[in-house]
Design a protein around this ligand. Structure first.
Ligand code: XMP
Length: 321
């Protein structure tokens, strides 16, 4: 059988042979796959790898730090962070339609990433692009035609002519659980390796209504509280993921301190699933729900109500947009 360390040795040798003395670029999303792919390639070619992380401003609390500080500390990788927060906010101004949001975020992401690639190409011989493609992705794109496209998921598609790269895909033969084991073997922190799924368009599709800087801040605070309490209750393994959604276009009356409030609801959407194709709503303990609700309404201004989504998938999707 394959041991994790033999997978690592094998892939590091393959990557070293493929890239030779060339240079490679790897986009980091904050997720498991790109982090493990980057760490493997870093093992193989050291500082001839440069990672690019786009901060689109739709990240959760602490995610940028996790990449800039924890991932860099664990791997010693070269990292370029592109701060594109203003750009994304401007592009999203006035937009409320979910598909429109997804398209804009996907389009802006590709533009920003391609600019970063051009900048690097001007500085050195970057001919390789690292991608965290897993075995199920390979199989899916082989026979994926005809699958119902319910929401447009964004992935980097075809590249323009001046940006030709040879792909490096060190995780192509691995399943998710193997990727996590390889990540641990490479010394990546648990917070990265065990991270639950999080959508590419980020918090942009968890604000029902227009995305603004203030609303992102509100949602970020509520989301951080929910995640903190779920982790403290030891529920991370049981839950597939728990989107936290801000109903920015809804207000309801409340009473806080000695005054009437007219604030926004936060929705908790904890789900249990094997593969995200179907999901069941997770029966969270009432005490945990109570703690989350009390903390969010006490600590997050603008929020005066917390509600629980008790819909399976189908008919509901996991995300609200
Ligand atoms: P839905 O909402 O379709 O989500 O039930 C299924 C899973 O996919 C994630 N998701 C995305 N992931 N880009 C991604 O990388 C996207 O645009 C996207 N939309 C949804 C979602 O979080 C869930 O895990």
């Amino acid at each position: 059988g394959w041991t994790t360390s033999s997978i690592v040795d094998d892939q590091v040798a393959k990557v070293a042979a493929q890239i030779g003395d060339g240079r490679a670029i790897c986009g980091l999303s904050g997720g498991v796959d790109s982090a493990v792919a980057a760490a493997l390639v870093q093992r193989a070619i050291g500082d001839r790898l440069t990672c690019v992380f786009v901060d689109h401003g739709l990240l959760r609390a602490g995610e940028r730090t996790q990449v800039e500080r924890d991932f860099v500390a664990a791997t010693g990788v070269n990292l370029v962070t592109v701060d594109a927060r203003e750009r994304f906010l401007n592009a999203l101004a006035g937009v409320t339609d979910p598909e429109q949001k997804r398209k804009i975020i996907g389009r802006e992401f590709i533009r920003v990433f391609e600019q970063a690639e051009r900048d690097l190409k001007a500085q050195g011989d970057y001919r390789f692009l690292v991608q965290g493609t897993l075995y199920p992705d390979v199989v899916e794109s082989g026979g994926g035609e005809g699958t119902a496209n319910i929401k447009s998921h964004h992935n980097v598609g075809g590249l323009p002519d001046d940006l030709q790269f040879e792909l490096v895909e060190p995780l192509r033969l691995l399943f998710k659980d193997e990727v996590r084991r390889v990540g641990l073997e490479l010394g990546l922190p648990e917070t990265i390796v065990q991270r639950q799924p999080f959508p590419g368009p980020g918090l942009g599709i968890r604000i029902i209504g227009e995305v603004t800087a203030d609303r992102l801040e509100t949602l970020r605070e509520a989301d951080a509280i929910a995640r903190e309490e779920l982790t403290a209750a030891g529920l991370d393994q049981e839950i597939w993921q728990c989107p936290v959604v801000l109903l920015a276009d809804v207000r309801s009356v409340g009473v806080q301190g000695d005054g009437r409030t007219y604030g926004h609801p936060i929705v908790l959407r904890p789900v249990s699933s094997e593969d995200a194709m179907t999901a069941d709503w997770t029966r969270l303990p009432y005490e945990v729900l109570e703690r989350i609700s009390t903390r969010i309404t006490n600590e997050v201004s603008e929020v005066n109500r917390v509600v629980l989504d008790v819909t399976s998938k189908p008919p509901g999707t996991i995300e609200w947009e």
